[in-house]
Design a protein around this ligand. Structure first.
Ligand code: KG4
Ligand code: ZN
Length: 338
């Protein structure tokens, strides 16, 4: 099919998003970020679901308008079926089912984690396509996974977090340091001005390819409490060094796991995605690994790293071309395997 237009809809967490893709090229990519959660320092599921209900119609309209196409031109609708928050997923799922039915076009269900990985196949300037097989490192506020990818739909999780996601480690540590939510970008900003070797945080020990971050957060809490007792201004006087040391520990930990994965699989091509891939430390470390170990690395444009619907539309297009459609009774699924 020459001209295939797919509408993607994403509502798994706290972003309501819609996008239109045409032969791998993103024509529009609209995201309504829910500000309401900031005052709670984390995503509140019930509020997220309500905000999705308010946002979804205007967001879809905007995506179609920006793509400059009419809904009658759409070939299929792709939506996030899971994993994610049930109340949030339900909004996107029911909306997509009704719209597809109304337009009489196929519906395509998409796994959100698979979409983060297939976002690498979006055709965009400054973005490179990985070659199979490759290792995907997906790091965000909700996920931390290493996946062995041998084909578009052939993926195997070979490592993942046993507790918090890496973005949570950033955000929860930031909260302890009195920084606003989400604190990851701020930690990164301060880290770039500080001494990464000033303070030592122990890297949590789990099996070679898995991750654990809850212990790190507790270590930061105890460390800060202890130091503040001695000097009430400890945080403000040392914020750049604390952030640099913490970021150094986290990045080093991620790199350890990647090195283990490369060693175990023999695959040296790495595709990184998720919101945390914006982090300057991990970007520098990956760049260094390319030179030192001969790895080949890929990072999508930032708008395709954070939660977005372009990646959902991308999977939709791939499934459409392989004629893989959703069952008519498809239902949202909070927990979902790759
Ligand atoms: O992918 P994303 O937008 O949403 C999901 O969680 O799915 O990722 C958001 C996460 C937050 O935890 C945020 O603090 C983190 O990505 N993040 C960063 C940076 N930019 C975003 N963490 C560290 N350094 C950054 N530069
Ligand atoms: Zn995500």
């Amino acid at each position: 099919l020459k001209n295939c237009y797919i509408l993607g809809i994403e509502s798994s967490c706290d972003d309501t998003a819609a996008a239109v893709i045409n032969n791998g090229v993103v024509l529009s990519n609209v995201v309504a970020t829910q500000k309401i959660h900031e005052e709670y320092g984390g995503v509140v599921p019930e509020l997220a679901s309500r905000a999705h209900q308010q946002n979804i119609v205007p967001v879809v309209h905007q995506a179609l308008r920006k793509a400059n196409i009419d809904k009658k031109q759409l070939n299929a609708i792709a939506f996030t079926r899971g994993p994610g928050l049930m109340g949030s997923l339900l909004v996107g799922t029911s909306f997509s089912k009704s719209l597809a039915m109304g337009l009489g076009i196929p519906l395509i269900d998409v796994n959100h984690m698979q979409a983060h990985i297939l976002a690498h196949f979006i055709k965009a300037e400054g973005q490179s396509e990985p070659n199979f097989p490759f290792l995907a490192l997906t790091i965000s506020g909700g996920h931390t996974q290493i996946v062995k990818v041998t084909g578009y739909f052939e993926m195997e999780v070979i490592g993942e977090t046993i507790d918090d996601a890496v973005g949570e480690a950033f955000d929860k540590s930031a909260k302890i340091l009195g920084l606003p939510y989400p604190g990851g970008p701020l930690i990164d900003k301060y880290a770039q001005q500080g001494d990464p070797k000033r303070f030592k945080f122990t890297k949590p020990k789990v099996s070679p390819l898995d991750f654990s971050f809850s212990g790190l957060k507790t270590a930061v809490l105890y460390f800060v409490e202890r130091e503040v007792q001695k000097n009430p201004n400890f945080i403000s006087e040392n914020i750049v060094d604390i952030c640099a040391s913490l970021q150094f520990t986290i990045v080093d930990y991620l790199m350890d796991k990647l090195k283990n994965a490369v060693k175990q699989t023999g695959i040296k091509e790495i595709a990184m995605g998720g919101g945390v891939s914006a982090n300057s430390g991990i970007r520098t470390a990956l760049g260094a690994a390319e030179k030192r170990y001969g790895w080949k690395t890929h990072i999508p444009k930032f708008e395709f790293c954070t939660d977005n619907a372009a990646m959902i539309a991308m999977v939709g297009e791939l499934k459409f071309k392989h004629q893989i459609f959703a069952e008519s009774n498809v239902a949202a699924q909070a927990r979902m395997k790759l």
